[in-house]
Design a protein around this ligand. Structure first.
Ligand code: GLU
Length: 416
């Protein structure tokens, strides 16, 4: 039988395993297996050539027992409702594992920003908010950037929502530009949180990260800053990076500003001089110390997990590893820092952004870094200690921590 790759079925299966170990009652288990609320919208948008194109969009509010729903918006041609459901579930466990007073949600629009003008992108963004706005707000549900969305898109969305309310409402969305109520330190927060986790993992494994080799799959916001901060904070030697066009490898290390310049100029990092071109699949199997998947779901599977040679996998992407692959990596002694712990830095600083918007008082960068480090380190330790105590792999341990906290809130509210 071929491996299940539907992200929502994977998310449910992961939850089932945790539910059994936590001995959740059947009512609680059934409740946590499904989103509490979802909205499907259809967006008619005027294109630059005068025609009207109808886009499909979604917002899933998976669970808000611990606080308002929170989670990003993806603009991707392959988006599906099941992907959004899975990502919303993972946001629920993510906000719980880092212990911030928020629930989990996710949204998306099926579209390809690479083929759209800025004006078209703006019209899609505003149309999405006109349709989904009624279920959003700082006390209901707060979106943020994700795959192929960015601070400019957050700015248009905040503006549209504010116009609907008749007053400014910066707290409706996070990941905004600094000038519109964004937080210092939000841009690199996802990668920074992952690097703090990597630092803690290396301490446990007794591994020296200075000069350790690393490969990064994906060169969006998370992948790019993983290279910058991996070098700056930990002294990593990044030898390979990739994007959707392929991967580039240079044994003695790639210079991040050079890769960035190449990508900004040509749209891809492939083609950088003095770098060998390999495939995304080959990148995952390189003989490096640290592997950083920072792109999309289901890249480490039953098919290739046995060939992963890295000692530590730093999951900055959501859902990069399938359940079968998890078992294989665990058996092979690969130390996985699971996605909803590892990439939680983004939502932690989003939470800080919401707090600053509510106070209308803004923090210095150092304060954000310091608070982020404390949150990530505490979450990492909680997961690591659970993995040791229960003798389970790190992802299951992260589930045990996150799901127990959500179930606790559901019980206290008297829902189940
Ligand atoms: N999209 C990011 C994630 O998957 C950030 C979510 C947020 O800041 O709300 O965690």
């Amino acid at each position: 039988m071929s491996e299940e790759l539907n992200p929502f079925e994977i998310a449910q299966r992961q939850l089932d395993e945790a539910a059994e170990l936590l001995k959740l009652g059947p009512g609680m288990h059934a409740f946590l297996r499904e989103p509490m609320r979802e909205l499907h919208v259809s967006l008619p948008v005027r294109m630059d050539d005068g025609s009207v194109k109808v886009f499909k969009g979604f917002r899933v509010q998976y669970n808000d027992a611990r606080g308002p729903a929170k989670g990003g918006l993806r603009f991707h041609p392959d988006e599906t409702i099941d992907t959004v459901r899975a990502l919303a579930a993972w946001m629920t466990w993510k906000t719980a594992v880092v212990d911030i007073p928020l629930g989990g949600g996710k949204g998306g629009v099926i579209c390809n920003p690479k083929e759209m003008s800025q004006a078209e992108l703006e019209r899609v963004s505003r149309a999405y908010i006109r349709q989904v706005g009624p279920i959003l707000g700082p006390k209901r549900d707060v979106p943020a950037p994700d795959v192929y969305t960015n601070p400019q898109i957050m700015a248009w969305m905040m503006d549209e929502f504010s116009a609907m309310q008749g007053h400014g409402e910066p707290g409706v969305i996070t990941g905004k530009p600094l000038a519109l109520g964004g937080s210092a330190g939000r841009m690199d927060a996802t990668a920074r949180g992952g690097m703090y986790c990597l630092r803690e993992a290396a301490k446990i494994l007794g591994m020296d990260l200075k000069g350790a080799t690393a490969a990064i799959q994906g060169y969006g916001n998370a992948g790019y800053y993983a290279q910058v901060l991996g070098e700056e904070l930990l002294g990593l030697n990044v030898v390979c990076v990739s994007d959707s066009k392929g991967a580039i490898l240079r044994e003695d290390g790639l210079e991040c500003e050079q890769v960035k310049a190449q990508k900004d100029e040509t749209g891809t990092c492939v083609g950088l001089s003095d770098a060998e071109i390999i495939s995304n699949e080959e990148l995952l199997e390189l003989d490096v110390d640290v592997l950083i998947p920072a792109a999309l779901e289901n890249v480490i599977t039953a098919e290739n997990a046995d060939r992963v040679k890295a000692k530590i996998v730093v999951e900055l992407a959501n859902g990069p590893t399938t359940p079968e692959a998890d078992e294989i990596l665990h058996k092979n002694g690969v130390y996985v820092i699971p996605d909803f712990l590892c990439n939680a830095g983004g939502v932690v600083v989003s939470y800080f952004e919401g707090v600053q918007n509510a106070y209308n008082y803004y923090w210095e960068l150092e304060e954000v870094h310091d608070k982020l480090d404390k949150k990530m380190t505490a979450a990492f330790k909680a997961v690591h200690q659970t993995a040791e105590a229960k003798k389970v792999h790190n992802r299951l341990a992260a589930y045990l921590v996150g799901v127990a906290r959500v179930a606790g809130a559901v019980t206290l509210r008297g829902w189940v």
